[in-house]
Every structure is written in structure tokens, then in C-alpha cells.
Design a protein around this ligand. Structure first.
Ligand code: ADP
Length: 398
């Protein structure tokens, strides 16, 4: 049973609740006349006690038109009637919003003897709701924009990929088509130089050698272009066999000796004793080392020094080959970029040496394919050292 004290407390708390939450209530009788009113009564267009006896339709004009529903509540056939977003002018261009809930009012015996009208200020909720809806709409818009952007990106990507494939195909066809006429030019040159078409004067021979050199350069550019496109498309397969480095290094050096001698450079080879064989594709590794040695010769002055070394690498299971020179060196900012395609350092242009900037790009791709590493250390005007590591061949398991 509720004591008087309990009742007092409930009334106090209810009052606080009405103020805090901006709630008001009115109880009406069968004639829709107010018999009791309380809480934040201004929500009902009322100043309090003078509301008693007034028609609920005067206090809340929005209920006009709901007479039938209110009668249904009184008759116990409708459990509730809710009207949302009633608005009131709060002055200063402000509007506040109200929620009105109409419920049956029961007497002590539990009989319906009127209607309770609960009015609630829902302005805050309304603003929050509006903001939420607005943010949800903005999010939806952003998501749609993002989706569209993604679609556009995907199609641009596909186009780029197609263009890249077309470019690779074009380069590869062009290089391929250039090779046959170049091979024929080179064959005829050889025959001319051998005197098969009659005697060749010293002056003519000199000119023919210049042509021969240019043809050689063109052939190397075309084969580099073909290699680069093949490597990029993953169409290069290695034939890995155990190789003894001293023998491979000798062959590479022999190939480049004329070029090195022409610049009167000094070349030293140093191979650590008992170096184990490495696992590599002989032709492809020769190509990598030839490129390094040819660069050392190209980018080192006359009478410069070149060193080729092979020894166990710091990394266990690997052998390291070093090609060192005391040439023009490479600026620090350029060092990593040397390995990207078509990149040539400033020094290369100043040196006047020919090249397409593909050699190191190919060398890195080939070394990677071997499971090894290639890198450079260099100082401008002091020289450069290129390092290549290759896995030691585990001969017993082969
Ligand atoms: P290319 O020699 O045809 O230009 P590479 O890819 O072989 O192309 O080399 C790229 C660039 O790296 C060269 O243009 C040059 O600037 C630089 N480079 C390579 N090796 C050396 C070296 N030993 N000394 C100085 N610069 C070098």
C-alpha cells in the first residue's frame, strides 16, 4: 500500500519530471472539457488553472478532427491516439515541436472516465532526427559518389592496362621486325669486309667499321627492348644449372676486353679460393654481368681501373659478385632510380656514352628471377660498385 509519504514523493518526482522533460498533461471528461491540468501547461496554450473547464479543442486545436477517435478512446475501443510534430511558434523565428499522446483515463475502480492528454516537447528530438536524416542522406550521396568514382577508376584502370599491353605489344613487334633487316645488314657488312664483293679500300673499311658498330648498337637496343617486355610479361624462363663462377667471369671479361683495351683501362679479377658453384642460367647471368662490366667501362675515364670480385656473401647460402670502378660515380638521388626502365643518370649524358637506360632494369629483373639481389654503392667522381648475390648450388640435392 502506498503511504501518504510515498504519494508526496511521487508527486514531487512527477513535478520534476514534467519540468525537466517539458511534459504537460490534461485530463478531460466525456464532454472533452478539462478537469485537471498540470506540468508545463504552456504547451497546451494555457496558463494553468484557467485551463480547467476549457475545451481541449481550444487548448489543442490540432485535436479538431479527431473527435471520433477520442470518443473511441472513451469507449475503450482505441487504446491510444498519437499526434506527432505539432508545432508552436516560440517567437524570435523559432518553432518548437510537440508530441501529443491521448490515452484512456481510468478511475479508482478501473473504469474509463475520460481521456489523459500527454503533451511532450520533442523539439530536441526533432532537430536531432532532422540532423540524422540529413547526415544519412549526405552519407548516401557520398557513398553513391564513391561508387561512381570506383567504377570510373576501374574502367580507367582497365583502359590503362589495355594501353600498357598495346604498348608492350607494339614495342615487341617493332623490335622483332627490326631484328631481321638488322641481321641482314650485319651479314652483308661482314661479307663486304671479308672482300667477297671485291677489294675494299682502307677508307671504305674504316667507314664500314663505323656502320658495323652502329648496327651492333641497334641490335643490342632491340634485344634489350624485347627482353624488357618479356620480363615484364613474365615470359622469361630460366634454365638453372650449377655454374662455376671463375669460368663464367672469364668468358664475360673476354667478350668485353676489346672495349676495355680501347680505353686503356686496367682490369683485375679476384675470385675467392674454393668458391662453391652458383645456381644460375648461364646465358642470362652472363648478360647481367656483361651489362655491369660494360657500364663500368663506359662510365670510367680512359686508363681507369675496374675490379671484378667473387666471394661468399654476408648472407648465408649466397655468393656475391662485385663489379667496381673508379669512374664518374652516381649521385645519391639517382642510385635507386638506375634500376627503373629507361632511366639514365646525369653522368651518362655528360659522358656522351650511348645507351637506352634498359640494362640495369633488365639486370635487376633477371637477378630477382634467380632469387638473388642487385644493388649499388657509389660516390660521384670516386667510382661505383655494383653487387649481385646468387644462391649457392646445393649440388648434392640436384
Ligand atoms: P645505359 O648504360 O644504357 O644508360 P643502364 O641501365 O645500364 O643503361 O644504366 C643506367 C644508368 O646508370 C646509366 O645511364 C648511368 O647513368 C648509370 N650507371 C650505370 N653503371 C654505372 C657506373 N658503373 N658508373 C656510373 N654510372 C653508371
Amino acid at each position: 500500500m502506498m503511504t501518504t509519504h510515498d504519494l508526496d514523493m511521487t508527486v514531487t518526482v512527477a513535478r520534476l519530471l514534467f519540468q525537466e522533460r517539458r511534459l504537460a498533461y490534461a485530463v478531460t471528461n466525456d464532454d472533452a472539457r478539462v478537469v485537471q491540468i498540470g506540468g508545463a501547461v504552456e504547451l497546451f496554450n494555457s496558463r494553468g488553472s484557467e485551463g480547467v473547464g476549457a475545451s481541449i479543442y481550444d487548448l489543442t486545436p490540432e485535436l479538431i478532427g479527431s473527435e471520433h477517435d477520442l470518443a473511441e478512446i472513451r469507449a475503450g475501443r482505441l487504446p491510444r491516439l498519437e499526434l506527432s510534430w505539432l508545432n508552436r511558434d516560440a517567437g524570435n523565428d523559432n518553432t518548437f515541436y510537440l508530441n501529443l499522446i491521448n490515452l484512456p483515463y481510468h478511475d479508482a475502480e478501473g473504469r474509463i472516465c475520460g481521456v489523459v492528454h500527454l503533451m511532450e516537447d520533442s523539439t530536441m528530438k526533432g532537430e536531432l532526427g532532422q540532423r540524422l536524416v540529413q547526415q544519412r542522406n549526405e552519407m548516401r550521396l557520398l557513398r553513391d559518389q564513391l561508387l561512381q568514382q570506383n567504377q570510373r577508376l576501374a574502367s580507367v584502370n582497365a583502359e590503362l592496362k589495355r594501353a600498357d599491353e598495346m604498348k608492350s605489344m607494339f614495342v615487341s613487334i617493332a623490335a622483332h621486325e627490326l631484328r631481321s633487316p638488322l641481321a641482314s645488314v650485319s651479314g652483308y657488312l661482314e661479307m663486304l669486309l671479308e672482300g667477297m664483293f671485291g677489294a675494299v679500300s682502307a677508307k671504305q673499311e674504316e667507314a664500314l667499321h663505323v656502320v658495323e658498330q652502329s648496327v651492333g648498337r641497334l641490335l643490342s637496343i632491340t634485344s634489350n627492348l624485347l627482353d624488357a617486355t618479356r620480363l615484364e610479361a613474365g615470359r622469361v624462363e630460366l634454365v638453372l644449372v650449377p655454374i662455376h663462377l671463375p669460368e663464367l667471369l672469364r668468358a664475360v671479361v673476354a667478350e668485353l676486353t676489346p672495349q676495355i683495351e680501347a680505353k686503356e683501362q686496367r682490369l683485375q679479377i679476384s675470385v675467392a679460393p674454393d668458391l662453391p658453384p652458383v645456381l644460375c642460367d648461364r646465358t642470362r647471368m652472363a648478360q647481367v654481368l656483361q651489362n655491369l662490366l660494360s657500364n663500368a667501362c663506359k662510365y670510367t675515364n680512359r686508363q681507369g681501373e675496374i675490379m671484378v670480385e667473387a666471394a661468399l656473401a654476408a648472407e648465408p647460402g649466397f655468393v656475391q659478385i662485385t663489379v667496381r670502378d673508379n669512374g664518374i660515380g652516381i649521385a645519391e638521388g639517382d642510385q635507386e632510380r638506375l634500376f627503373s626502365r629507361f632511366f639514365r643518370g646525369e653522368g651518362a649524358y655528360l659522358s656522351g656514352e650511348a645507351g637506352a637506360g634498359l640494362g640495369l632494369h633488365i639486370a635487376r629483373a633477371l637477378t630477382d628471377l634467380h632469387g638473388g639481389r642487385i644493388w649499388v654503392e657509389s660516390e660521384v667522381e670516386r667510382g661505383s660498385a655494383f653487387f649481385v648475390t646468387l644462391p649457392i648450388a646445393d649440388v648434392e640435392s640436384l
